[in-house]
Design a protein around this ligand. Structure first.
Ligand code: COA
Length: 260
């Protein structure tokens, strides 16, 4: 099934990593480049190998649903900070942008047309390393977190972590962007806002954010560049391990930034 995406949409794909190798394991292995094959072989644990293989397979198979290029023919290049981009010459392919994130059991891929995009998924059913916020997040974020009742701090920490990570991934610059120079704040139950210090040379109007909860153990944040004033439609999809089935997925949007 071919899929359409236009420049007013962002598609967010979810794939749960299977507990066993998928039946078409060899088919997926055949898609790996020699470098990817080598990296695959270096993972110590079968689960990490499986997640790596599923990620490589997912991105190639997904992209082929949006542009007439076979999964094995996608080419990627990375910027100086490691962000992969499509390197195929075909215009329909080159216009696509994507970003990948994975936790141990969930892979997410955000896909857009000619807009920067960043996504982060975290496994939230584990202890939140709150001290990271005090050390690396902005002073306002750290203070707001400290002032919350103790039982609310872990989920607010994961909110901040995923949002900040989605932004640095959309910028494609990784941790070279100082995490303490931009801040997220939360308005009521459903809104999130971002602010930048002058040195970061960025503005809140350039970005939209969404927070989603695909299940009880994961938090996702999505950051999308706004190149047009009109609204953007977020469409969530769930893929089965071999893309045998593709379905729209009602991942709960828990918060969004104004205009999102
Ligand atoms: C590499 C980094 C972009 C994301 O790392 P991460 O959170 O460990 O991993 P995620 O699963 O979310 O994302 C990994 C994917 O991002 C993509 N990626 C790599 N470098 C990227 C970059 N500079 N910009 C955007 N995306 C990038 C890749 O597709 C990668 O997946 P792949 O190797 O399977 O292709 C970077 O932000 C980092 O090192 N983060 C460390 C975590 C941290 O301390 N975060 C601060 C908390 S706010």
């Amino acid at each position: 099934m071919q899929l359409q995406i236009d420049s007013r949409q962002v598609h967010l794909w979810h794939l749960y990593v299977p507990d066993q190798d998928a039946p078409a394991h060899e088919e997926a292995m055949a898609l790996l480049t020699p470098e990817e094959r080598e990296k695959h072989g270096r993972f110590r644990f079968a689960r990490d190998r499986r997640r790596y293989l599923m990620t490589r397979w997912l991105i190639r198979s997904l992209l082929s649903r949006y542009a007439p290029i076979a999964p094995r023919d996608w080419r990627f290049e990375t910027n100086a900070y490691g962000r992969p981009r499509i390197a195929n010459a075909l215009l329909q392919a080159k216009r696509l942008r994507f970003n990948i994130s994975h936790s141990a059991s969930l892979i997410v891929v955000a896909l857009t047309v000619e807009r920067e995009v960043g996504v982060d998924v975290e496994h939230t059913a584990r202890a939140a390393p709150l001290e990271i916020a005090q050390q690396f997040f902005s002073a306002d974020e750290a203070q707001a977190l400290r002032q919350l009742p103790a039982e609310l701090q872990p989920s607010r920490f994961w909110d901040l972590w995923t949002l900040k990570e989605s932004y640095i991934k959309a910028r494609g610059m990784g941790l070279s962007l100082p995490l303490d120079r931009f801040s997220f704040s939360f308005e009521g139950a459903h809104e999130v806002a971002v602010g930048f210090e002058d040195g970061l040379d960025d503005s809140a109007a350039r970005w939209r954010f969404w927070q989603l909860q695909p299940d009880n153990a994961h938090a996702v944040a999505l950051c999308l560049e706004c190149v047009q004033p009109e609204g953007v439609q977020l469409v969530c999809w769930k893929a089965s391990p071999l893309l045998a089935s593709v379905e729209e997925f009602q991942s709960a949007v828990t918060r969004r930034s104004p205009g999102g």
